[in-house]
Design a protein around this ligand. Sequence first.
Ligand code: OGA
Ligand code: MN
Length: 302
Amino acid sequence: MSQSNALRREVDAAPVPQAQSFELRPLPGPVGAEIIGLDLSRELTAADFARVHEAHLDHHLLVFRDQRITPQQHIDFSRRFGRLMIHVLHQFHLADHPEILIVSNIVEDGKPIGLGDAGKYWHSDISYKELPSLGSLLHAQELPSEGGDTLFANMHLAYDTLPAALRHAVEGKRAVHSYLAQYGQLQKEGNWRPTLSAQQIAQVQEVVHPVVRTHPENGRRALFVSEGFTTRIQDVPEDESRALLAELFAHSVRAEHIYRHRWQPHDLVFWDNRSLIHLAGGTPDHLRRKLYRTTIEGDTPF
Ligand code: OGA
Ligand code: MN
């Protein structure tokens, strides 16, 4: 081979990803599986990616154990599933990585470094946008010695087990989702929420989505309302809307629908916002907790 050919080959050759051998362990209960022995700092082969993707659709939540990945690697892996969303609270973006939202109760120099009350109410991430999130990836950076769990409820199960009268009542209904609905309340309850600028408010105008949606990839129906963002069912009287939502919220989070994630160091948890709602279990004030989140954009719910 001539010298110039050898040189060209070196320049052209894209690094070929190597297959990894990893284990998939379904968690007991209605949500989730663990992935052991997969290194997300390396590019996945098409076959490994397909296995992860299928497992995600089957279990709605994957716990990738022991991920020593950089923010950029976290972003790169997330992007394989779709476009990333930039959170409206730019105050809490990771420096130089607006795709990452810092979720943390840590205060430095009197200023919160992240969103300290993320997930205080049950919700599906970014359901207040026309294109809500497909899924989110939360990577543990610093964990408290107690508390700090995250709870997930299976909304396919919630739909499947809905009492017939309730199912009938919400058939074909649509509901309003609003980022601002609970914002004032959260501001009163803690010091985490900055005053929103006019520009920020313009980014979070309320939207309407079906109360029951069909998952675009697994074809299953799921309830798509939550106490965090859903304010009103359309085309029914106000008091009926309030009563229906209260029943739907209570039914969604019955114990048998829930998985409680107890974080381990370097966990990366990837959940499906089309199948699940989630809640921060809470961290004692004197203990530090920090996680990084990417959020993948989804489709228009139908
Ligand atoms: C989130 C969220 C809950 C938690 O990051 O989207 O809701 O336990 N977090 O931190
Ligand atoms: Mn959330």
